[in-house]
Structures are given as structure tokens and as C-alpha cells.
Design a protein around this ligand. Sequence first.
Ligand SMILES: Cc1cc2nc3c(=O)[nH]c(=O)nc-3n(C[C@H](O)[C@H](O)[C@H](O)COP(=O)(O)OP(=O)(O)OC[C@H]3O[C@@H](n4cnc5c(N)ncnc54)[C@H](O)[C@@H]3O)c2cc1C
Length: 530
Amino acid sequence: MNVDALIIGAGHNGLTAACYLARAGLSVRVLEARHVVGGAAVTEEFHPGYRNSVASYTVSLLHPKVIADLRLAEHGLRVVFRPMSNFLPLPDGDALGVGPELADTVAEVRRFSAADAQRLPDYYAMLERLADALRALVLVTPPDPNAGIGGLLDTLKTARRLHGLPVAAQRDLVELFGRSAGEILDDWFESAPIKAALGFDSIVGAYASPYAPGSGYVQLHHCFGEVNGRKGAWGHAIGGMGAITQAMRAEAVRLGVQISVDAAVARVKVRAGRAGGVVLASGDEIDARLVVAGVGPKLLYNRLIAPEHLDGEVRQRIERFKTGSGVLRMNVALSELPDFCGRGSVPQAHHGAGIIVAPSLDYMERAHVEARAHGMSRSPVVEVLIPSTLDDSLAPPGAHVASLFCQYFAPQLPDGRSWDDARDAAADLAIDAVTRVAPNFRRSIVARQVLTPLDLERTFGLSDGDIFHGRLSLEQLFSSRPMLGYADYRTPIRGLYLCGSGAHPGGGVTGVPGHNAAREILRDLRRRRV
Ligand SMILES: Cc1cc2nc3c(=O)[nH]c(=O)nc-3n(C[C@H](O)[C@H](O)[C@H](O)COP(=O)(O)OP(=O)(O)OC[C@H]3O[C@@H](n4cnc5c(N)ncnc54)[C@H](O)[C@@H]3O)c2cc1C
């Protein structure tokens, strides 16, 4: 049966776009390669009796407009706060707690530096101002400029017009793009633990040191969200990240969207420069008035479109599009909670925090250098989240599940080695890093699921294991995401759109690319351009 819109991929952005299009009266069908919807926002049983968010693991960036428009709360989505935002176990047995309130962090930081404690409120205020600037930008379709930096400035102008963005915030934002998070944090603070706690976000999925120019933006990208109206907070979706996409699925079904799983798309059908449907891996063909890709740009352009339909420049641009997060993701089933720094295994606030195993920015930089040289960090940076401390639906009573988000593990190993041969060695390095600050950790592991960059590509279709569908660097943001001239969710092929994280404003469980893409598609339909 023909439909108005075919969506490739039931990631959260594909589902979001599907809902908005169906709400506008289009007939919509979603085609998902896996057996389950959700893409990288999914909850799965990785060991009998133990479920977890197996890829993305914590929520903040999901846009409140998407939550409301898609009625996610009515479909059962419930997000809870962490009892402590972050916790940094330190090698000397001490630890730094961050949050949940500013006063808590100030009191903790004062134990390391009175000067840092005094500066902290101003730093957070600065970050919040910049996050507000970014919030004003995310729902804007980037304008088509003729130069990269012009694109940013044009976008800022548009955002200012639309949302009254103050000039001072624009200046701060432009400055942030050129600098590293490490440099900025060194300007503000003197003690290592608070710099590490704040700088961790700057390296997430970037395969870069916190001293790499542009890491300031990566840090900010993690600040524009909110949990239940509390800006900048990160929380846990009860039932795991799959609860978000199951709520989206429910809304899509309510709106009449057809969703097919185990339905991998092999090729977009293009005739006379316009998309007219897809061919499935099974050989079946489905025709449609328009096609919307929720997959990453590299996968779309390199694998799903025959080269003769793209001009040489576009092919070259996509070839140069940077992917590869340098991330290894592990899910572990635990018989008991980790005993961090001798604080014991009885549940405490810090067990519900984002636990960052990386005591300083220098540690992170060393970890990056090691991975560049050897393919993996000997002492990796690990964020540990133990969602079962907040959610009893994930593990048997008394037992726990933990997410380990581990960096750096090169997208491709040097010397032609395969991740299939290095998976266990890499996982052991991450487990050792955690065990150094929680001695009972290794022996408490009942089972583990290890996802190397190669596994992330194989399982979720993430090119080079890129968790954001493409690096969040200046030349790949705003009017340049995924490439200059096609940052407005349209592609060189008429009737083919991009709605995934490879489009503005980039990765994270936001729903925003899906929302914005649907808006542009509906605009084209109104103007009869498709
Ligand atoms: C390990 C990891 C940790 C992360 N942690 C966080 C986090 O804690 N918080 C956060 O906000 N973000 C996090 N992210 C980022 C976030 O999860 C992603 O940016 C986001 O989920 C991507 O959503 P999407 O809808 O754009 O694409 P995807 O989720 O990638 O969805 C694309 C879909 O397309 C399907 N597909 C691929 N090829 C085909 C084909 N040929 N035919 C049909 N379907 C196809 C895939 O199976 C997938 O379902 C993380 C990501 C990863 C991988």
C-alpha cells in the first residue's frame, strides 16, 4: 500500500517525525531494521532477569515541547531526578559530590578550594546563560549561508529575532565555540576534582581531549536540557530509555502510523532526481510521496542511495563527514552495589549519581593520548550509572544493573586489528578502572554485555560507532550539519529528508531533529514543493 511518508528507522527522532506528520493528516509508515523500536534509546534484557537502557542511559535533552506534543506523560513516561547529580571517587580515597543543589556542591568544593567554591555560582550562572542561548537555537531551522561561520551568525540572528537572545549571550556563545572546555575550566578553577566533574561532559562522544578546541561546545550541548522543568538536570526514565520510545510508539500508533520492525531498508528509490519510496532488504518495494531518513547521514548517503543520484561534491562532503565517538558501552548485572572509597554497599545517594571515574582533566587527556596511540585507554574514563537504585523494574530484588560509558576506545583499532578480537581486553580495562575506586566491583559482576564501537555500528547502525550520528564540531553544526547547503533537513534529492541526529541540533535523546524536520516537510507540502 502506498503512503504519504515513509520513515527509515524507528529511532526516537524517526518516531517523533512520524507523530508530527501523522498529526498533520499524512499517512505514515515507519520501517525499522531491528526487532524493536527506539534505536539508541531502548531498554533490553541483556541477561536473564536484568534489563537496562543498553545504549543511551540518562535523560535531560528530551525537549519539553516534544514531551507535551507527543503526550509522552499520558503514555506512561515518568522521569525521576538523581538524588545526587555526580560523584567523583578519587584515588586517595576521598570523593567529590556534585548536587543535587548548588549549595551542596559549593560545600563539597570548599573542601578542596575555598576560591573555587566562591566562583562556582558565577560559573553556573554563565553556563546557564549560554545554555539559554542554545535553547533558543535548537528549534530553529538553520539558514543556508554561504560560509560556515556566517551560518552560525545567521542562525544567531534568526534565534535572536525569534526568541530575543541577548547580545551578551551571543558573544559568550561564539567565544565558547573556539575554546576548549579545559582552557575555560582552568581559567575559572584551581582544584582538579571540580574541573573533572564539570569537564566530563566536554569529552562525551567526541573522541577528543578536554583541551581540544571546540570541546567547550560539546560541554554546552549537554546543558540545554531539563528534567521536569529543572534546567540542566539529568534524570532517569522509569523503565529505562526504552520507556521514552515506547511512549512515542504508543502515540504514533494512536495517530494511525504503521510501524514495521525487522524491515531493513536496502535502498531509497530515486527517479528523475526525486525520492519515490524504498526497496527493503527482503526485496519488497514500497512507494511513497516522500521519504524521511532517521538514520545517520553517512549511512543514508553511502549505503542507501545509489552513487549516481548524488553529485561528486556531495559524495565527497559525506566522505569527509567526521564520525567515530571512541566509546565502549557496557551493561553489567551486579550482585551488590559498588563500595566506592570505603563508603560501603548499602544504597546511598551517591549510588544514584552519575559516577565519574576520572579524577582530573589531565587523566582524561592521558586517556585520550593512550587511545590515539594504542586504540584504547589503559586507564579509561568511565561514567557509571546504577539505574536500579532508582527503578526496581530493572533487576531482581537485591541485585542491580549498571551502565558503564567508557572512553576512549578508537573507532577503528590500529594495525588492522578487529574489535571482535579486543572486546574482552577492552572491557577488562574499564572494569579495572572502576575496581580501583570500588574494590568489590569486579567480583560483584554476574554478567556483562560489551558494545565496542563496531558493535554499536552493527547493532544500531551507528556509523563508526558514533553516538551522535556525527561529531559535534563547529564545521558539522548548525548550518553545516550535516553539510552546508543541506542543514534544513532537506537533501539534494527532492522528497528525501533527514530527521535524525545527523541533522541540527545534533545528537542526544532530544526529539528535536524529528520535530524540526517534520515542520520543514509540512512547509514543503503546503508550498507544493514536494
Ligand atoms: C552508547 C550510547 C550512549 C548514549 N548516551 C546518551 C545519553 O545518556 N543521553 C542522551 O540524551 N543521548 C545519549 N546518546 C545519544 C543518543 O542516544 C542518540 O543521539 C539518539 O538516540 C539518536 O536518535 P536518532 O533517532 O537520531 O537515531 P537512532 O537512535 O540511531 O535511530 C536510527 C534507527 O534507524 C534504524 N536503522 C538503521 N539502518 C536502517 C535501515 N537500513 N533500515 C531501517 N532502519 C534502519 C536503527 O536500527 C535505529 O533504530 C547515546 C548514544 C549511544 C550510542
